[in-house]
Design a protein. Structure first.
Length: 162
């Protein structure tokens, strides 16, 4: 997904859509549309895109930026009451996922070649596994390290111009 598509999806996810999104950013609906659709050389500022992401409750902008940078966005879980048993359970689930990835690989490579469809399936499985492992690591470090390098935006009250 590209950044423009992410902005449009975030606006669509906001209750009240364009009107509420524009009011939240302190601009007119037409100004927001010009920036979202990049008309007349305009573009939406990064801070405004982040504000829309927060208001929409989505991660579309972060996903688009990660994809444009050749990466994958991994949302850090809310820690809550995570215990060592939960972390060990996630390890076990990831071991099973690695086994399923290996099964996909061996089935695809059985004929000596991995076609485009098989490659897409294996890649999707690998990306899912990558996200799960990143989440597991974030949980481990959040629970057992005194500090993390994670940066979280302040929670918005959802009220325009707050």
């Amino acid at each position: 997904m590209d950044v423009r598509s992410a902005v449009l999806k975030m606006i669509a996810a906001i209750s009240g859509k364009w009107v509420v999104a524009a009011a939240h950013l302190g601009m007119t609906e037409n100004s927001l549309k010009n920036r979202a659709y990049e008309t007349k050389g305009q573009s939406l500022a990064t801070d405004d895109a982040l504000a829309l992401q927060q208001l929409s409750g989505t991660t579309f902008f972060a996903e688009a930026i990660a994809a444009a940078s050749g990466g994958t966005f991994v949302k850090l879980p809310d820690i809550g009451a995570i215990e060592n048993d939960s972390i060990q359970q996630l390890f076990n689930q990831n071991y099973a996922e690695i086994g399923r990835l290996f099964e996909s690989f061996t089935a695809a490579a059985a004929d000596g070649e991995i076609d485009d469809h098989e490659r897409a399936q294996i890649s999707a499985h690998g990306q899912t596994l990558h996200r799960k492992i990143e989440m597991l690591m974030a949980l481990m470090f959040s629970v057992y390290c005194h500090r993390t390098q994670a940066v979280k935006l302040a929670q918005s009250s959802g009220v325009a111009n707050d």
